[in-house]
Design a protein around this ligand. Structure first.
Ligand code: ZN
Length: 106
């Protein structure tokens, strides 16, 4: 019986050297740190990731892992700031809607 099972490749931290992290929305998909493009699951191969870096960001090809680590940290910090901002906004909206409900019944 032939093996027709498709190998499901997972994100590896090694892919950071090509400028890729796992996508925030779907951890099975690779996301480019340089252009924020999320590639399809078929692109989760070192050769495809390297190809993206070479084609779309030729000026960043010679960058080392440290460069991409800094980019990753910056992105994570900005994401957590954005989440805090959304949470604050959400709480304010709840307060406003509660006030509106109270106002309606006065
Ligand atoms: Zn890119």
């Amino acid at each position: 019986m032939a093996e027709s099972k498709k190998k499901c490749r997972q994100y590896s931290v090694d892919y950071l050297k090509f400028g890729f992290i796992e996508s925030v929305s779907d951890k099975r998909l690779p996301m480019c740190l340089l252009c924020n493009r999320v590639l399809c699951h078929d692109a989760m191969k070192p050769s495809k990731l390297e190809d993206h870096l070479r084609r779309w960001h030729p000026d960043k090809r010679s960058k080392d892992l440290k460069y991409f680590q800094i980019l990753k940290e910056k992105l994570q910090k900005s994401n957590s700031r954005w989440t805090e901002c959304l949470l604050r906004l959400h709480k304010e909206m709840i307060m406003v809607s509660k006030r509106l409900i109270i106002f309606r019944y006065l």
